[in-house]
Design a protein around this ligand. Structure first.
Ligand code: AG3
Length: 286
């Protein structure tokens, strides 16, 4: 199936990404999915789930910073965060860099991803799983949000694409339940694929979010191993001012947070909401 030494991503019909493994650290099937972790010359360690690249040591900072610092600094008073998915711990690690965050609940369906990430991907999760502010729940994300009585300032959906265990995390019922978990003025951000190749993934999410929130849209960032152009992140809140948080306010909050970032800057934050015509049209027509 795979050429010797190469792992091929099976995500798009007429195009594929191939990464060469210097060393395969792990390759096995859990109850939920195939997990592969290998070392690549350009990207360092790579995590694939069901033959789709999830994250790499080399470029994880872009994705994880943009789904944590951007919403946290836009909001300005995030104390409680819910991460749905995110078993590799990269999202958790970035979130916990904010001293103002008091509690992070993370709901991951596959304990295998967490254990293997702790063992093989400390470059991504660091010591985040040992942080006393973490409340780790092994459960189906949709069941959890449906039953959850807690309220969060920020919900981050760090899912796979809508194939396999991640599929329910793209449904109307799931987004509705996420809304129910938000504190007043709360914010929901989601992983929504690369719109040039996966326009339906973004359009489908927007169709669900629009009737639920006063403000629903997306912002963008380019992540090299999510090939095909910029990736879209869903953005939904009843507070329409959050996407307009002024640059001076972002700069002040960023300085006050005292965090170091490699991709996120207040300028990139504001620019991420500028949508090329094909993406703007996609969401208008959704
Ligand atoms: N999950 C998002 C992977 C999306 C891949 N999609 C794509 N290449 N179009 C990442 C999990 C990292 N914590």
């Amino acid at each position: 199936m795979n050429a010797p030494g190469w792992f091929e991503e099976t995500l798009h019909d007429g195009m594929k990404l191939a990464l060469r493994a210097e060393t395969v650290l792990y390759d096995s099937q859990t109850d939920y999915q195939r997990i592969v972790i290998f070392e690549n010359a350009q990207f360092g360690r790579v995590l694939m789930l069901d033959n789709v690249v999830q994250t790499t040591e080399g470029d994880e900072f872009i994705y994880h910073e943009m789904l944590t610092h951007l919403p946290i600094l836009a909001h300005g008073a995030v104390r409680r965060v819910l991460i749905v998915g995110g078993g590799d711990g990269g999202m958790l690690e970035e979130t916990l860099k904010h001293a103002s965050v008091e509690r992070v609940t993370m709901v991951e369906i596959d304990p295998g991803v967490i254990e293997l990430s702790k063992t093989y991907l400390p470059g991504i999760c660091g010591q985040a799983f040992d942080d006393p502010r973490l409340d780790l729940v092994i459960a189906d994300g949709k069941d959890f949000v449906t039953r959850c009585q807690d309220r969060f300032d920020l919900v981050i959906v760090d899912s796979t694409d809508p194939i396999g265990p991640g599929e329910v995390l793209f449904t109307q019922a799931f987004y509705e339940a996420c809304k129910g978990c938000l504190a007043p003025g709360g914010l929901l951000v989601t992983q929504n694929g690369v719109p040039f190749l996966q326009g339906d993934e973004l359009a489908g999410t927007l169709r669900c979010l629009r009737p639920l929130f006063r403000d629903a849209g997306c912002y963008l960032a380019t992540v090299p191993t999510y090939v095909g152009g910029p990736m879209a992140f869903g953005w939904a809140s009843d507070d329409t001012a959050l996407r307009e948080t002024p640059i001076e306010v972002l700069r002040a909050r960023y300085r006050a947070a005292g965090i170091e970032t490699r991709y996120y800057t207040p300028e990139v934050h504001r620019a991420a909401f500028a949508l090329p015509g094909y993406v703007a049209r996609l969401i208008e027509e959704a």
